[in-house]
Design a protein around this ligand. Structure first.
Ligand SMILES: Cc1ncc(COP(=O)(O)O)c(C=O)c1O
Length: 389
């Protein structure tokens, strides 16, 4: 603990120094297999030579210019991103919360252009959408709705996978339904595909925007560029961040159809968003991940990890779930105990929700790193389960 930092994180005491692929080293030279990718960010792992070169070359040429100007790299990246995601246009910002803020602004303007009261947003209980005041309001977990009020009006919450509840909640005052196709912070909970298809239909019938928060599930994490693509859904708006530039801060809103024309000059903006450095990094990420063979590998590696954990039949593991390399193991003991036991043995994993150990390895993790990580996880769980008996 260093008192110069505000006390906002339960830090581990680890001081990291360097990384390569899905391996990290701390300052004392101890090695860790990385099943976290910095909470789903380092999609190409650590020290990826193509990404490093793209950042270094762009830094030498032009790090930043304002959004009043374009650069060749931002044009090339944006075209490729829209193509990869199947959207028409994009807005860039700096984080997931900021992407969701902009998404809600688009939705509210879209709604108010039709009817001044059409500004309500429905989200899901157990969701997570970020840490700004409006995004903690959008987040459907009560534990976030403390201390920081007054909160932004106009949000309501329904239980996931309950189409009758959604049907009741979506009315002529609703401008958008915002959901994570796989709830990440809530516990790595993939939503039911049938439910999402019915939700999309309800939204279309009522002229309500169907908006996906793919900040965690996007950019190849689930074995497709977007989880929505994998599920055959066509949201009007999508937010992205985390893995998009492999560790350089970036957020994005993708829009299609009428949503591409909602905002006019002056309605929204940002100083840093999508600057040449971030665009060059994101371009390098996209050029490496956006290939069918890459996504197939993400699927295979995710299955491998899930199947291995299931095969141990450790009594502490209640359920293994997820999509691609977005993996959750629900535990009968506090998941923080597993995180600590793994870290002591040289594996980094995360928690999510009340009871879940979450794994978001770099998408490029190789089989050797997976095997090393699984050996440590198996040993940590075996030790914890024998001491729980
Ligand atoms: C689904 C989802 N949305 C939004 C956010 C917020 O992103 P950021 O921390 O970049 O603001 C997160 C972060 O974990 C997330 O998982």
């Amino acid at each position: 603990m260093n008192e110069k930092f505000l006390n906002t994180y339960k830090r581990t005491g680890l001081i990291l120094e360097k990384g390569k692929g899905a391996t990290l080293w701390d300052k004392n030279g101890k090695e860790y297999v990385d099943f976290t990718a910095g909470i789903g960010v380092s999609s190409l792992g650590h020290g990826n030579p193509v990404l490093v070169k793209a950042i270094a070359d762009q830094a030498a040429a032009l790090i930043h210019c304002s959004n009043y100007f374009l650069t060749d790299i931002s044009i090339a990246f944006t075209e490729e991103l829209c193509q990869a995601a199947g959207f028409e246009s994009a807005f860039f910002c700096n984080s997931g919360a900021e992407a969701n803020e902009g998404l809600v602004k688009i939705a509210r303007k879209y709604g108010s252009d039709k009817n001044p009261n059409k500004n309500k947003v429905v989200t899901l209980i157990n969701s997570f959408h970020g840490r700004t005041i409006t995004m903690v309001t959008a987040t459907g977990q009560d534990k976030f709705h403390k201390f920081f009020g007054p909160f932004t009006p106009g949000f309501s919450y329904v239980p996931a996978n309950d189409i009758a509840a959604l049907d009741k909640a979506l009315n002529d005052k609703t401008c958008a339904f915002l959901f994570e196709p796989v709830q990440g912070e809530g516990g790595v909970l993939p939503l039911d595909s049938e439910y999402l298809h019915q939700a999309q239909k309800l939204c279309r019938e009522r002229d309500i925007l169907f908006a996906a928060d793919e900040v965690q599930s996007g950019v190849g994490r689930t074995g497709a560029f977007l989880a929505c693509k994998k599920l055959g859904l066509e949201p009007d708006l999508v937010s992205l961040a985390k893995g998009l530039a492999g560790g350089v801060p970036i957020g994005a809103i993708l829009a299609r159809g009428a949503c591409t024309e909602t905002l006019k000059p002056g309605d929204h903006g940002t100083t840093f968003g999508g600057n040449p450095l971030a665009a060059a990094a994101a371009h390098a990420v996209l050029s490496q991940i956006n290939q069918p063979a890459f996504y197939a590998e993400v699927e295979r590696k995710g299955e491998k990890i899930r199947n291995a954990i299931k095969s141990w039949e450790n009594p502490l593991v209640k359920q293994v779930r997820g999509m691609g390399l977005m993996i959750g193991a629900a535990m009968t003991i506090p998941p923080g105990d597993v995180v600590t036991a793994c870290r002591e043995r040289g594996l980094l994993v995360l928690t999510a929700g009340e009871d879940t150990v979450r794994m978001l390895p770099p998408l490029v993790i190789n089989d050797d790193e997976i095997d090393r990580g699984l050996t440590i996880l198996k040993d940590a769980l075996a030790t914890l389960s024998s001491s729980a008996r």
